[in-house]
Design a protein around this ligand. Structure first.
Ligand code: A3P
Length: 305
C-alpha cells in the first residue's frame, strides 16, 4: 500500500543543489514542497471533497491563465462584470486552506493544477463541467520561471532561466512535466466521454476574448448578451485585472507575503510570445527538439506568437 510506505525521494536538484526533489504518488511525480505525507493527506482530502451539481472545475497546468479564466467564469455566473472579492486561491483545491472550498457559496468555480486522478472522486459521477486551458510551452516555461523565482514560499528557485529550462524540459519542476500533464488529460477525456469538457487556449482567449467568453457561457449553460461578454472581456484585460488584484481582493495582504520584494506577483506580463525575450537561439532549438519528440504526439497545435 503506497500510502503506508515511506516514499522514495527522487532528488532531481542540479549540481548546485538548486531545483526540487520529487516523490511518486499514483504514478505521478509530485515535487516535495512540504513533505510527502502532508502532500498525500492534502490529495486525500481533495479526493473526498463533496461536489455540487452546479460546480464548474477549471483545470490547467500552472501558468496557463487560471486566474484569468477563473475571474471570467465567475463574472459569467454572476451575470455582471464585477470582480469576485475573493482571490482565486480560495477556490483552489490543493492550497493549504483548500477546506475553504467547502464554505464557498454555490455556484462555485473551483480550480486546480492536480491530475484528474487526484481531483474529487465525484467529478465523473456528478459530470462536473470542466474547463481545461492550455498555453504554449515556451511562454509557460518563462512564466513558471518568473513565478518560482519570485515566490517566497515553497518554490523559490534563485537561479537563471537557463538552469530552470534544463529542469523544465525534463519535467523536473513543480507541476511536473507539462507534456505528461497534457497527455494524462487527453486520456481522461477519452476515458470519460460523459464528462462535460471544454478546451481553451490562452492565446485564443487573448486574441478574441469575447468569442471565448461566449463559448464558456454556452458551455456552462448561462445566457449572456454580447454586451456583457464585451464588458467581461474589458474588465478581465490584463491591465485591469492587475489593478483589481491589488485593489479589490480581500486577501491581497495575505498573498503579498508570497512574493519577494519588487516581484510583479501573479500578474507579470500577460503576453503571447514573451518567450522571445528570454530564450536564446540555441535554447530555442533545444526546445523545438523536445516539442518535436514529445509534445507533437499530443496533436495539440500551439500558437507561439
Ligand atoms: P505571465 O507570467 O506570462 O505574465 P496562472 O493564473 O495560471 O498562474 O497564469 C499566470 C499567467 O497568466 C501569467 O503570465 C499572468 O500574467 C497571465 N495572466 C493573468 N491574467 C491575465 C489576463 N487578464 N490577460 C492575460 N494574461 C493574464
Amino acid at each position: 500500500m503506497e500510502s503506508q510506505q515511506t516514499p522514495e525521494i527522487l532528488d532531481y536538484r542540479n549540481e548546485n543543489g538548486h531545483g526540487w526533489s520529487f516523490y511518486k504518488h499514483d504514478g505521478i511525480l509530485r515535487a516535495v514542497l512540504t513533505n510527502p505525507e502532508d502532500d498525500k493527506e492534502m490529495i486525500r482530502k481533495v479526493q473526498k471533497l463533496e461536489l455540487r451539481d452546479d460546480d464548474v472545475m477549471i483545470a490547467a497546468y500552472p501558468k496557463c491563465g487560471t486566474h484569468w479564466l477563473w475571474e471570467i467564469v465567475n463574472m459569467i455566473r454572476a451575470g455582471n462584470s464585477e470582480y469576485n472579492k475573493k482571490a482565486k486561491g480560495f477556490a483552489m483545491l490543493e492550497l493549504p486552506k483548500s477546506e475553504r472550498a467547502d464554505k464557498l457559496p454555490s455556484p462555485r468555480v473551483l480550480n486546480s493544477h492536480l491530475y484528474f486522478r487526484h481531483l474529487p472522486e465525484e467529478m465523473a459521477e456528478k459530470r462536473i463541467k470542466t474547463i481545461f486551458i492550455m498555453r504554449n510551452p515556451k511562454d509557460v516555461s518563462v512564466s513558471l520561471y518568473n513565478h518560482v523565482k519570485g515566490s517566497k514560499k515553497f518554490t523559490t528557485f534563485d537561479r537563471t532561466y537557463s538552469e530552470f529550462l534544463d529542469l523544465f524540459l525534463e519535467g523536473k519542476v513543480p507541476g511536473g512535466g507539462y507534456v505528461d500533464y497534457l497527455k494524462d488529460w487527453q486520456q481522461v477525456k477519452q476515458d470519460n466521454p460523459d464528462l462535460p469538457f471544454l478546451t481553451l487556449f490562452y492565446e485564443n482567449l487573448k486574441e478574441d476574448p469575447v468569442k471565448n467568453i461566449k463559448a464558456v457561457a454556452d458551455f456552462i449553460g448561462q445566457s449572456v448578451t454580447d454586451e456583457l461578454c464585451q464588458e467581461i472581456a474589458e474588465a478581465c484585460s490584463f491591465k485591469k485585472m492587475k489593478v483589481a488584484d491589488a485593489e479589490v481582493k480581500e486577501d491581497y495582504a495575505e498573498r503579498s507575503e508570497t512574493w519577494k520584494e519588487g516581484h510583479t506577483g501573479m500578474f507579470r506580463k500577460g503576453e503571447v510570445g514573451d518567450w522571445k525575450n528570454w530564450i536564446t537561439v540555441a535554447q530555442n532549438e533545444r526546445f523545438d527538439d523536445v516539442i518535436d519528440r514529445t509534445f507533437k504526439a499530443t496533436g495539440i497545435a500551439f500558437t507561439y506568437e
